[in-house]
Design a protein. Structure first.
Length: 168
């Protein structure tokens, strides 16, 4: 089994419902969810948008390869009506990023693992550190908590008080 960490977020439509649907589809198509963070509300990163994003990080076990995982992620995003109009950042119903796949370092035309912007994004580092503060970044050789403490992202972010916790 492979350890896979995904960052999930979106700011269009019913954001909480979209995360719930995404988690169900991931559990069905990619693998068993082992840990999930709280849901965080954060302002857009890299562009301006009036609606805040809901974000969550999950850890799961999968038998799928990184390439197959990426293909399935694209299918899930499409099912949740993700529209890609350009290469620029924009509002979206759902975005799923592969953060880590085991301790592997992968760099191809279509896939970079670990995700190249983990260290820059508070909306990834806070939920990641919540579920796996000692996870070692295979390139930086620092834990997620150490990277969080060094993060320069000053974006607005807060943990939502969701009383329901979902089992997948």
């Amino acid at each position: 089994m492979n350890k896979l960490y995904l960052g999930i977020g979106g700011n269009l439509g019913n954001r909480i419902e979209n995360i719930q649907k995404t988690l169900s589809l991931i559990a069905e198509k990619i693998g068993k969810i082992e840990k999930l963070s709280s849901i965080y509300l954060s302002e857009a990163w890299g562009f301006q948008h009036k609606k805040y994003f809901t974000n969550i990080v999950i850890k799961l076990n999968t038998e799928k390869s990184p390439e197959k995982t990426l293909k399935l992620i694209s299918e899930i995003e499409l099912k949740l009506k993700r529209i890609r109009n350009s290469q620029d950042y924009e509002g979206r119903t759902m975005d799923i990023d592969i953060l880590f796949y085991n301790n592997e370092i992968i760099k191809t035309k279509d896939l970079i693992i670990p995700h190249p912007h983990i260290q820059d994004r508070l909306f990834v580092l806070l939920p990641l550190s919540e579920i796996e503060k000692d996870l070692l970044h295979p390139i930086f050789k620092k834990t997620s908590l150490e990277i969080l403490k060094e993060c320069e992202d000053k974006g607005q972010i807060r943990k939502l008080n969701c009383t329901k916790h979902y089992e997948y």
